[in-house]
Design a binder for this molecule. Structure first.
Ligand code: BEZ
Ligand code: MG
Length: 441
């Protein structure tokens, strides 16, 4: 401890300090205008009534056009329905540009009162929009739901206004789909126009990551089912959620692409399991709703910022890029291995997350597994390093690669497969202590 007393004296001092109430006197001191030390770093508040900001509205419109342009460049007509995943933290960082992107696709903007406070949504006239309104099904993270209740109402209102607009059906996919749903299932327009989906209150995540992590799934439809059971709650203009599995199924049947923004250079879609959990989960649910036909998945890379920043990549391009710059990049790998046990665990997590994208979208190229095998398992020196640092995670790397083969995400040739199996067994033996015993015998 800092002040050089004996340990017993230090402990006595700490106990004395812990016994004093500093909080109320310090609060009164601060309220009197006295000097107070800042209480933390990087704390920044936000005003929920100012989100999306004017900048975010412009940025969201640019991002929406970029997404449509990329989809068009890939040879597709203007989509009828887009599925978008919204996270809370990302929208705080960007002042709500992903929220504004959803509004832009629908052809709406936020409406502010005379104090500049968010008051709801308004439609842009079709003539000004210059293209049909696109239907958007939004999936909220639990964190978004907790942080941004006003913006949930904003998005729900935009969908409702679009569904209610007296416009030609050919120019308004939201209304076209909502009326078709009503005709097929009855109920009111308010329900047929619900487009903001998320977890039940108090719940987080789609559980697709847990399913993939445990390998306890046989068929992609189980993933779709897990996703829809967790995220099948629709939030309306009043901000309350009701369970709407039938409506979600109907909306997903019209989805022509799924999308999420990536806002951090530190986290990629293969770094954490929360991207494939929801964006992958919804993609698999779309596939089920469309009789097995997968829709393209896009990632909007917003990490470069600025007016021209933002690149839209297909999922397979994004996974390829992350694999080359992380898992297959010796600098990245060595940096992780400097962290020993935890570094190997992270390598294993990247592989598991990659498998999560295969499981949910089928859009990961086979070479990714081949090269990860060559780098981490088939290279004896590297395999030995990983095993020495973290035997559990290194055995899991080999087993994940075998799992990826069993699920037909790649087809290694017989020699590679045999080498992987042998390596997997050796690593498992080592985990069970057999290696040590053999060595000692
Ligand atoms: C969010 O900010 O919404 C979020 C952050 C990390 C994982 C999932 C969601
Ligand atoms: Mg439909």
């Amino acid at each position: 401890m800092a002040d050089g007393g004996t340990p017993a004296e230090d402990l006595a001092r700490v106990e004395r300090l812990l016994g004093q109430d500093h909080e109320l006197p310090a609060l009164l001191h601060a309220l009197d205008g006295g000097f107070v030390l800042p209480t933390g770093r990087n704390l920044h508040g936000f005003d929920p009534f100012r989100l999306p900001s004017a900048y975010a509205v412009r940025d969201g419109e640019r991002q929406a056009e970029r997404l449509l342009a990329r989809h068009r460049a890939d040879g597709h007509p203007l989509p009828e329905t887009i599925a978008i995943v919204l996270w809370g933290t990302d929208n705080l960082k960007t002042e709500g540009s992903a929220i504004a992107q959803v509004l832009a696709l629908i052809g709406a903007r936020p409406r502010f009162d005379s104090y500049g406070r968010l008051a709801g949504a308004q439609l842009r006239p079709l003539e000004e929009l210059g293209r049909p309104r696109i239907d958007v099904v939004v999936t909220l993270s639990g964190i978004f739901r907790d942080l941004l209740p006003l913006q949930i109402k904003l998005l729900a209102e935009a969908a409702f206004l679009a569904a209610s607009a007296d416009e030609p059906l050919a120019l308004n996919a939201v209304r076209r789909h909502a009326l078709a749903y009503q005709a097929a299932h009855g109920g009111d327009l308010e329900t047929a126009a619900l487009r903001v989906f998320g977890n039940a209150e108090g719940a987080y995540g789609a559980n697709v990551n847990a399913l993939v992590d445990s390998s306890r799934w046989d068929d992609g439809d189980e993933i779709a089912e897990t996703y829809t059971r967790r995220k099948g709650y629709a939030y309306g203009r009043g901000g309350r959620a009701t369970r709407q599995p039938q409506l979600l199924g109907s909306v997903l049947a019209d989805v022509q692409l799924a999308y999420q923004n990536l806002d951090s250079v530190e986290l990629g879609i293969t770094t954490v399991d929360t991207y494939f959990d929801t964006l992958g989960g919804i993609s698999r649910a779309v596939q089920r709703a469309q009789g097995g036909q997968a829709a393209p998945v896009y990632i909007g890379d917003q990490t470069r910022g600025g007016a021209d920043g933002g690149t839209v990549r297909t999922l397979d391009e994004q996974v390829a890029l992350e694999t080359r710059t992380r898992m297959l990049n010796p600098k990245w790998v060595e940096g992780l291995l400097d962290h020993g046990y935890e570094g190997v665990r992270q390598i294993e997590q990247h592989l598991t997350n990659t498998l999560g994208w295969s499981a949910t979208t089928g859009q990961v190229q086979p070479w990714v597994y081949q090269q990860i095998s060559e780098t981490f398992v088939l290279d004896p020196a590297m395999r030995e390093r990983l095993a020495a640092l973290n035997p559990t995670a290194s055995a899991r790397v080999a087993n994940r690669l075998l799992e990826a083969h069993e699920r037909r995400f790649w087809s290694p040739d017989a020699q590679v497969l045999e080498a992987l199996r042998r390596a997997g067994e050796e690593l498992e033996d080592r985990l069970e202590g057999i290696f040590i015993e053999k060595a000692a015998a």
